[in-house]
Ligand binder design. Structure first.
Ligand code: CDP
Length: 563
């Protein structure tokens, strides 16, 4: 097992067990054994051999072909082993309920999870408060309290907290919400507007739509959809926030509508969840499956099945910080298996990220992963039973007896991709040479595949590396053959439409959603961002996040800062 210096540092700071003096007391190998052994204990519940499964789990994890989300690596085997990365909590319209949720959120944060909230049930600013005869402060003020609390608590005492704050586009305070990141940092929050189909129709017809007081159900006023849309665009252009979630599209694919409507996602947007629901994620490292110029589907099938079982087991051995979440997660048993190392995989195959072969392969691969994980979940259902809320679910209607209400999600893999030394999620490379600071140490990262190509194809030299360091991309570097330049295109050299297309092909075969940032050059015009949002809607995406290079980096949680 070989780790980069950067991976070793990340592991030492945040993952490996420490004693009371703060000294690291395990090796990465021991950590992987700890995780595999702990999760495999669940097998005993089903009268299976846990040590046999612990070995299988260890094999896929220690070879960096599969890694579960960070909380599973950090917490497995500890007294309060909380293994899930994603949570959503309800926010009801009373002081008591708001502060109950804040308490639950604090406990989740402390356990290493991230939480999403939809603040739309809160009465708008200036509305009446009957009990005190006062006036309401509105959703945005409460968000600020949640943000402050996250500042102080920090995740598992180690990394900064990640939250998602959502407001429906028809809430009377929508403008204040959309603009908030222009004026306040709210650094522990990503924010997204929950946009409805009705809003999009009004936008296309250049029509008005109603803002509704959630307390009384009254229409407060009617506004031009375009006016709000332009404000969303303006703020996204300036700060990257808000993103958009297409809430009706999300609910169209809600596998358990009889249990509730989905109103929010987790912090990075890839996991829509019901109030009080959680999800455990894990990712397959696609860079490990290229053998002799093609994909080793046999090994991929094996690993997808082992990973799906690992994630289902993980639910049974998780210690939930909030009882309502335990009930809901064990009712639906959502898991989210996804991929990372996609850009690496393409380079190994010699396919540029924005080539039509790349989109076709994305579809083939994700379809395969989705089918195999559904198969694995069905096999588990035969022995362990379907998920308890199965009756009345979309799976029930389709006659598919499955163990998990969802099995696939594409996560950002911000930290686990560093551990596995692969490109993150389904993103293209952002830069081919860059520096990253982790605590006191600065790391220089130069794309390992590029170095390899440079050496093999004879364009490696000191001057080449110097130029690469300065530019970060291959653009304008004369020594590099055109073919290599195409193969190593970075995020800003790929068009927004191509970014969206990649998100869309992966989404097509993903039960939950896909984490993707549409990275845009600094010169991008506002109109273009509007067009990107509309394209995302028309392509059937569940959500969209853009980031314009050089814009105000209030949070950047979505990009790298969270890790
Ligand atoms: O790579 P890692 O497993 O650490 O996480 P990720 O794939 O980048 O993010 C997956 C999810 O973990 C996010 O959407 C959040 O729900 C959660 N997360 C968090 O709570 N806090 C962070 N600092 C980073 C991620």
């Amino acid at each position: 097992m070989v780790f980069t210096d950067r991976a070793k540092t990340v592991l030492e700071i945040r993952y490996l067990l420490k004693n009371e003096k703060g000294e690291v007391i395990e090796t990465p190998e021991q950590m992987f054994h700890r995780v595999a052994n702990y999760v495999a204990q669940a097998e005993e519940l089903y009268k299976e051999n846990s040590s046999e499964w612990a070995e299988k789990f260890y094999e896929v994890i220690s070879s960096s072909r599969f890694l579960p989300n960070s909380p599973a690596l950090m917490n497995a085997g500890k007294p309060k082993a909380q293994l899930a990365a994603c949570f959503v909590l309800p926010v009801e319209d009373s002081i008591e309920a708001i502060f109950k949720t804040l308490k639950d959120a604090a406990l989740i944060l402390q356990s290493g999870g991230g939480t999403g909230f939809n603040f739309s049930r809160l009465r708008p600013k200036g509305d009446v408060v009957r009990s005190t005869g006062g006036i309401a402060s509105g959703p945005v003020s409460f968000m600020k309290i949640f943000d402050k609390a996250s500042d102080i608590i920090k995740q598992g005492g180690a990394r900064r907290g990640a939250n998602m704050g959502i407001l429906r586009v028809d809430h009377p305070d929508i403008l204040e919400f959309v603009r908030v990141k222009r004026f306040e940092s709210l650094s522990n929050f990503n924010i997204s507007v929950a946009v409805t189909d009705a809003f999009m129709e009004a936008l296309f017809k250049d029509d008005y739509y109603p803002l509704i007081n959630p307390r009384s159900g009254e229409v407060v006023k009617k506004v031009k959809a375009k006016e709000i849309f332009n404000e969303i665009v303006e703020s996204a252009w300036e700060t990257g926030d808000p993103g958009i979630i297409f809430i009706d599209t999300i609910n169209k694919y809600n596998p358990t509508p009889h249990i509730g409507q989905i109103e929010s996602t987790n912090p990075c947007g890839e996991q829509p969840l019901l109030p009080y629901e959680a999800c455990i994620l894990g990712s397959i490292n696609l860079s490990k499956y290229v053998k002799d110029g093609s994909i080793d589907f046999q090994m991929l099938e094996h690993d997808v099945k082992v990973a799906t079982r690992f994630l289902d087991d993980a639910i049974d051995v998780t210690h939930y910080p909030v009882p309502e979440v335990e009930r809901m997660h064990k009712g639906n048993r959502k898991i989210g298996l996804g991929v990372m190392g996609w850009a690496d995989c393409l380079v190994e195959l010699g396919i540029p990220y924005n080539h039509k072969k790349a989109f076709a392969l994305a579809e083939t691969l994700m379809k395969f992963i989705s089918e195999k994980s559904h198969e694995a979940s069905q096999e588990l259902a035969q022995k362990r039973g379907v998920f308890p809320n199965f009756k009345g679910s979309l799976w029930d209607k389709r006659g598919i007896m499955i163990r998990n209400a969802t099995t696939t999600t594409i996560a950002p893999t911000g930290t686990i991709s560093i551990i596995a030394d692969c490109s993150s999620g389904i993103e293209p490379y952002f830069l081919l040479a860059y520096k990253q600071r982790i605590l006191d140490t600065e790391f220089e990262i130069i794309n390992k595949y590029l170095i390899d190509f440079a050496q093999k194809q004879g364009f490696y030299s000191e001057e080449f590396i110097d130029e690469l360091r300065k530019k970060g991309t291959l653009r304008g570097i004369k020594a590099v053959p055109l073919k290599i330049k195409r193969l190593f295109k970075t995020a800003l050299e790929i068009t927004p439409q191509e970014h969206i297309e990649m998100q869309a092909v992966f989404q097509k075969y993903t039960d939950n959603a896909v984490s993707k940032t549409i990275n845009l050059p600094q010169r991008t015009k506002k109109e273009e961002i509007g067009k990107i949002f509309i394209l995302a809607y028309k392509k059937g995406l569940k959500g969209i996040t853009i980031f314009r290079y050089g814009s105000k980096t209030g949070t950047l949680l979505r990009v790298s800062d969270a890790h």
